[in-house]
Design a protein around this ligand. Structure first.
Ligand code: ATP
Length: 246
């Protein structure tokens, strides 16, 4: 990949749900670029189309109109196997951590390593434990998710998403289920690891307490991207309007 080439390049994306008379346009002429190492936060009211856009970028849904390139590879009209391939470049973090309850913290992370890489089991274990260490869970590697707090579970999810050093992480409301302090810890860990690994992060959130970790903030409204702006440091920031209706 050309270093200057964005991780995500979106041109004139439209998207529709439903068929015939029920067909409804959800996304309107979306254009967006996200570069390596950049943290982009997407905000906007409920139903404005954020999750739909995230699922297109994640290769979880087919692109209907327009161009969407991930690492220079076109996803429009891509085959299912191309989409699956493309997903290997992405770490996913969801609102609910989606950990497997019958696996320990280490096994949850290890599974992601073994699905993605041909390495020996002992190396996979080492790698998983190192990653759990990086999110502050060295003492908890052998715990089951049920015995951990919400913030700790979300930190395992971060370790799992980042353990293969993907060029892109997609996060959908990662702090929604967390209290203020755990939410803060979780995004700061994401921010630190992203900067260390050069990972781009696209994070959808309603949580206006975490906006400051973004390099850029984009806003979605009624299926349109209505704002795409550099996030200024706190001391010369104009008040950014954030919808809190969810
Ligand atoms: N599978 C689907 N079939 C039909 N309509 C859908 C489908 N998924 C979402 N929609 C509709 O598309 C619109 C956009 O939904 P989307 O989930 O992308 O919004 P969102 O901004 O992520 O909302 P939220 O913040 O509540 O998660 C909504 O009006 C929703 O009802």
């Amino acid at each position: 990949m050309n270093m200057k080439e964005p991780v995500i390049t979106i041109r004139n994306i439209n998207h529709y749900y439903g068929k015939g008379a029920l067909r409804k346009q959800i996304l309107f002429n979306i254009n967006l670029e996200v570069y390596a190492g950049e943290i982009v936060i997407m905000t906007g009211p409920s139903g404005s189309g954020k999750t739909t856009l995230l699922s297109l970028i994640g290769g979880l849904r087919s692109v209907q109109e327009g161009s969407l390139k991930l690492l220079g590879k076109e996803l429009f009209a891509a085959s299912q196997s191309k989409l699956v391939q493309s997903r290997r470049n992405i770490g996913y973090i969801f609102q609910a951590h989606n950990l497997l309850g019958f696996l320990t913290a280490r096994q949850n992370v290890q599974m992601a390593v073994e699905l993605n890489q041909r390495i020996s089991q002992s190396q996979a274990i080492k790698k998983s434990e190192a990653m759990l260490g990086a999110v502050g869970l060295t003492e908890r590697v052998n715990y089951y998710p049920d015995n951990l707090s919400g913030g700790q579970k979300q930190r395992i999810a971060i370790a799992r998403a980042l353990v293969n050093q993907p060029p892109l992480v997609l996060a959908d409301e990662p702090t929604a289920a967390l209290d203020k302090q755990s939410g803060r810890d979780v995004v700061e860990i994401m921010q630190r690891l992203a900067k260390e690994q050069g990972t781009a992060i696209l994070l959808v959130t309603h949580d206006n307490r975490i906006l400051d970790i973004a390099d850029r903030i984009v806003e979605m409204e009624d299926g349109l991207l209505t704002r795409d702006a550099k996030n200024l440091p706190a001391n010369n920031k104009v008040n950014f309007p954030v919808s809190d209706h969810h």
